[in-house]
Design a protein around this ligand. Structure first.
Ligand code: SF4
Ligand code: F3S
Ligand code: ZN
Length: 103
């Protein structure tokens, strides 16, 4: 599962679509964690898609990640500022790739 202490244990190494990317990043095999309020561990996400289907405010968008060993697309928290902290995505992800830190 995603490390709930990722903000203490990792450093921001990049930005993507107005959110932070927490390293390490070594493309294409290692992609890090995208987002902070809604954080998705790209190295755990296997593109199940339940988060995209169930989020009531459409926080997630697919991004293509060719060459990643788990899956070749990831649920990117592109609209994390819209999050209403319902925690549905955290509950439905089969591999616990998502951490939401309520405001
Ligand atoms: Fe969407 Fe709810 Fe997850 Fe926030 S906690 S990203 S509103 S499903
Ligand atoms: Fe990925 Fe989990 Fe969503 S596997 S696509 S973060 S439900
Ligand atoms: Zn991203």
């Amino acid at each position: 599962p995603i490390d709930p202490e990722f903000a203490q244990n990792r450093d921001v190494v990049d930005e993507h679509e107005d959110h932070d990317v927490w390293g390490p990043v070594e493309e294409p095999e290692t992609l890090g964690i995208h987002g902070t309020h809604v954080a998705v561990d790209f190295d755990i996400c296997l593109a199940d898609g339940a988060c995209l289907e169930d989020c009531p405010v459409d926080v997630f968008e697919w991004v293509e990640t060719p060459g990643h060993p788990e899956s070749e697309r990831k649920a990117d928290p592109a609209n994390e500022t819209q999050c209403i902290d319902c925690m549905l995505c955290v509950d439905v992800c089969p591999v616990d790739a998502i951490d939401v830190n309520p405001a």
